[in-house]
Ligand binder design. Structure first.
Ligand code: GTP
Ligand code: MG
Length: 138
């Protein structure tokens, strides 16, 4: 059984889409074993997305992620990392498969409704970034 870190981004929390997005996760067999609503500072978003700091969109991305509250969650299930990325769809909603979260809800390549960890090592780091062990009830 695997765990991954998910973020429901500001464009989605603003439009009251948390429940609809969570239904997609649960329908795919992912269990939400930790969840909280927080607002990041731009500096905290910068640390979380440090891997992208040389990319041209880094500043815009950090500004966006700090602009309004997000919902951070730990999802658990068989192949949770891959399964979550399938449910999310491609980064750019124009390329996202029908029925995916980004196809249905994302507004643009930047404001694309969700984040999901991309590998076991990043999932472990990202879960630890937001959650203590006491907050995760598997
Ligand atoms: P995450 O799950 O959020 O990491 O998405 P991803 O793995 O599908 O995409 P990637 O790691 O390549 O990029 C991280 C995030 O940066 C994306 O989810 C977008 O929010 C943002 N991003 C990526 N490309 C662009 C871009 O060309 N322009 C802007 N404004 N944002 C981008
Ligand atoms: Mg990524």
């Amino acid at each position: 059984i695997e765990r991954t870190l998910s973020i429901i981004k500001p464009d989605a929390t603003r439009r009251n889409l948390t429940g609809k997005i969570n239904a997609k996760f649960e329908d795919a067999g992912l269990r939400i074993i930790a969840q909280k609503r927080i607002q990041l500072t731009k500096a905290q978003a910068g640390v979380f997305y440090a891997v992208h700091k040389e990319r041209p969109f880094y500043d815009e991305l950090c500004e966006f992620m700090a602009s309004e509250p997000v919902v951070v969650q730990v999802l658990e299930g068989e192949n949770a990392i891959t399964k979550n990325r399938e449910v999310m769809g491609a980064t750019n909603p124009a390329d996202a498969a029908e029925g995916t979260i980004r196809a249905e809800f994302a507004e643009s390549v930047g404001e694309n409704s969700v984040h999901g960890s991309d590998a076991p090592d990043t999932a472990k780091d990202e879960i630890g970034f937001f959650f203590s062990q006491l907050e995760i009830v598997g």
